[in-house]
Design a protein around this ligand. Structure first.
Ligand code: GLA
Length: 759
């Protein structure tokens, strides 16, 4: 049992071995937050935590007695207007023009496991004893609105999932103008706020700043979670490092417009709000109708940022991602986009595929340009029928030919979009989002289909399902290449236009859900001009995401490092591409490109025929290395060791569950002369195990290595792993040339003769 209710004090305590989450019902019926953090003892009454001091200028609800001003109490899912002057979690516009509401406790229920959210992605349980859920029902008698607040505590880790359902019992229509997923009041503000920001080609770079009085916020108003901000924030104590210290993560399982904010009041109380962005949002509710918010997942740890990431990685990898591919090693693929762009025909594709097959690649992916009049990005989007002039036997024929080569076949689609120059648009101009009388903005020459309309989703479903049914398709790359503008639906009345952004995302989720149910063995990879929709919402449907269009190795180390704070390695699409790199023009060694891409799903984004015979042999080595170690890499525990945002030399590692094997990736951006004697302190090993260390190119030819050095886990985690050539303690001579864009792997195996292993 994880959830206790103390009847007398009306106190709830959600508790496991790691954390406690405590709240109570105030005398006036409002729900107050008392504590969230490391596990503490249970007791009957925690009301000593309620601040009752009388201050001038405060307002207080008459029912609560003069001491309890809502402004000075930490609250669950508060509303604005009755004395709490901070931002609220819910706002309801009523017929009389009032936006005020005041919710009072009605009843509660506790259930095993965790209920799913209708139409929305969420984390789940497989067995009832993995978690327990509290549902607290609140009521605002004046507006006749009910609210169900959901709290799930997981059995073994510091995880709380929250969401809210707002139900109208009012005879009059009401409008939700704010319905956040999570409100978390914390008793102090001694935190650093960590967000993951960027733009196309440089997604999810950490940005850290101390909290201060006032509001700190990230948001998206682009219709997708965006390249610019990610729906994930960490609050960490100033002294917290990767390996130690308190941190709390806030992750929103949503792919549309969002906001996450921290409001610090003058009493140093911090209020975190996360949910659908209230800007441009409103939702009409008639009597009996309800609105379910997306889910937010909070994680608490006292063991540093790597531990926070470990908890999110495990949760998302095993209880957010679903289906056939969840626990499977991901196929090594080759994608033709950077190899051909729009300039291909079947013959060219088969040549690329054949060479890739020789190099051990398992899946061939045909990217953009295979359908309708899509010979450039000017036309054809929306017409999901193969172009016969390129593919005489259609996708059916090509996919069979690829399978005949001994590879699986995958296909690119961008189902949410339409080019004005397309048969679809000519037939249904009103299916694109657009404001009557205004010329809609174009993005990459395309408009956004109105996925808030079921008939639009149905039509696209029909087209895509037909291709999947008739061809041999094992993988789909689902792209989304522009942000939403002109967000008006021709199918909705004026008072419902505030619903379009959210209905759009519900339409996307609906299409995904239908396709993954009908084609459960197809592996979906989501994409939005690279990582413009790398969010947990997408992971519920597509187990992997194309991390970024930027495939340069040096840039990718940063992008993957930043992405790893929340998202597991196995979810990050990562490919080796050609040099000079197409995004930044940089030339990096093939080895560095491979050793960066290994820490993801791994694949290729170039024509291997254009490489020299020597390079092709290298490719074979990389492919077979990945096959050998992908279980370790994709399902082991990942640790960030040294940040590329702070150092010229950076490193990360993965460790197997039994801690007998580990792989360290070390990356140097620029070479320097006469370098220092450097070492990297490792994490996650077994202190008493003795590990053999193979470094550099030898990892690809393990059997030929004559003398292997070995070190105890505690040496490697305290003294560190030597990553320089020369002097004693070396891990190999001549493996660390001082060149630019250099990388090296270090493979650690617990030695068979290790005394600890024998016991
Ligand atoms: C987006 C994707 C790329 C590629 C192109 C095709 O930019 O991120 O990987 O699929 O679209 O147009």
């Amino acid at each position: 049992m994880f959830i206790f209710y103390h009847e007398k004090s009306r106190t709830f305590h959600l508790q496991n071995n790691q954390i406690s989450y405590i709240m109570c019902v105030l005398p006036g019926g409002e729900a107050a937050q008392l504590y969230f953090g490391k596990r503490i003892h249970d007791r009957e009454d925690f009301s000593y935590l309620l601040e009752g001091a009388v201050r001038s200028h405060m307002a207080y609800p008459q029912e609560s007695g003069s001491g309890l001003s809502l402004e000075h109490i930490k609250l669950e899912y508060p509303s604005f207007g009755t004395g709490d002057f901070r931002r609220g979690a819910v706002e309801i516009l009523q017929k009389n023009g009032s936006r005020e509401s005041s919710f009072r406790f009605k009843d509660y229920r506790i259930m095993p496991g965790k209920p799913a959210l209708t139409g929305l992605p969420s984390v789940y349980t497989e067995e009832a004893d993995e978690a327990q859920t509290l549902v607290m029902t609140m009521e605002d008698p004046v507006s006749s609105v009910l609210m169900e607040l959901y709290y799930t505590i997981f059995a073994d880790e510091g995880i709380i999932a929250k969401s809210a359902k707002i139900i109208s019992d009012s005879d009059e229509e009401i409008y939700l103008t704010r319905a956040m997923s999570l409100c978390q009041d914390l008793p102090d503000s001694n935190y650093e706020w960590m967000q993951f920001s960027g733009s196309w080609g440089r997604e999810r770079f950490p940005v850290v700043r101390p909290l201060a009085v006032g509001t700190t916020e990230i948001e998206s108003l682009r219709g997708h979670s965006s390249h610019q901000e990610n729906p994930f924030v960490i609050l960490k104590r100033p002294h917290t490092t990767e390996a130690s210290g308190e941190a709390i993560g806030f992750s929103l399982i949503y792919s549309g417009n969002f906001s996450i904010s921290a409001q610090v009041d003058p009493y140093r109380v911090t209020r975190i709000l996360a949910g659908i962005n209230p800007e441009w949002f409103s939702w009409k509710l008639d009597k009996g109708e309800s609105f379910q918010t997306p889910e937010a997942v909070m994680v608490y740890t006292e063991h540093g940022l790597n531990d926070l990431s470990r908890i999110y990685h495990n949760l998302f990898r095993s209880r957010l991602v679903r289906g056939y591919w969840r626990d499977k090693e991901r196929p090594i693929l080759i994608n033709n986009w950077e190899a051909t762009y729009f300039d291909f025909n079947e013959e060219k594709l088969l040549k690329i595929a054949s060479r890739a097959k020789e190099c051990g690649v398992e899946l061939f992916v045909l990217d953009d340009g295979w359908f309708g009049a899509r010979r450039s990005d000017n036309a054809g989007l929306g017409d999901w029928v193969a172009a016969k002039e390129l593919l005489p036997d259609g996708i059916e024929g090509l996919s069979s030919k690829i399978e005949a080569l001994g590879m699986k076949f995958g296909l690119w689609i961008e189902p949410e979009m339409v080019n004005p120059d397309s048969d679809l648009y000519r037939a249904h101009p009103d299916w694109a989002l657009c404001v009557p009388g205004r010329t809609p903005a174009l993005g990459r020459n395309q408009l956004v289909l109105d996925f808030s309309r079921p008939e639009v989703v149905d039509h696209i479903h029909h087209m895509i399902a037909a291709i999947l049914k008739n061809s041999r398709i094992s993988y789909i790359k689902w792209d989304m290449n522009r942000s939403i503008t002109d967000c008006l639906s021709a199918a909705l009345p004026p008072e419902r236009q505030g619903e379009v952004y959210h209905r759009y995302i519900l339409g996307v989720y609906n299409l995904y859900e239908r396709l993954i149910r009908e084609f459960p063995h197809v592996l979906f990879e989501s994409c939005a001009g690279g990582g413009g929709r790398f969010d947990p919402g997408m992971l519920y449907y597509a187990p992997q995401t194309w991390t970024s269009d930027n495939t340069d190795a040096a840039e990718r180390v940063k992008i993957q490092y930043g992405t790893s704070y929340c998202y597991p390695v196995v979810s990050m699409g990562s490919h080796v591409s050609a040099v000079p790199n197409h995004q930044v023009g940089r030339i990096t060694p093939l080895k560095t490109r491979a050793e960066t891409a290994f820490f993801g799903t791994f694949g290729y984004e170039l024509d291997l025929n254009r490489l020299s015979a020597e390079e092709q042999n290298e490719i074979k080595e990389y492919t077979s290395f990945m096959k050998k170690y992908r279980r370790l890499i994709q399902f082991g525990t990942f640790y960030r060791l040294q940040s590329p945002f702070e150092h010229n030399e950076s490193a990360w590692m993965v460790v197997s569950d039994d801690r007998k094997q580990a792989l360290v990736g070390f990356y140097r951006t620029l070479g320097c002369a006469n370098v220092h004697f450097s070492r990297i302190v490792l994490q996650g090993l077994e202190p008493d195990f003795c590990y053999s260390v193979i470094a550099g190119e030898a990892v690809y030819r393990e059997k030929t290595v004559k003398k292997i050095e070995s070190f105890y886990g505690d040496e490697l985690m305290n003294l560190g792993l030597i990553v320089s050539d020369g002097t004693s303690g070396k891990t190999g001579e001549g493996i660390m040339p001082p060149s630019d864009f250099f990388s090296s792997l270090f493979l650690l195996n617990a030695c068979a003769e290790c005394p600890e292993l024998e016991n």
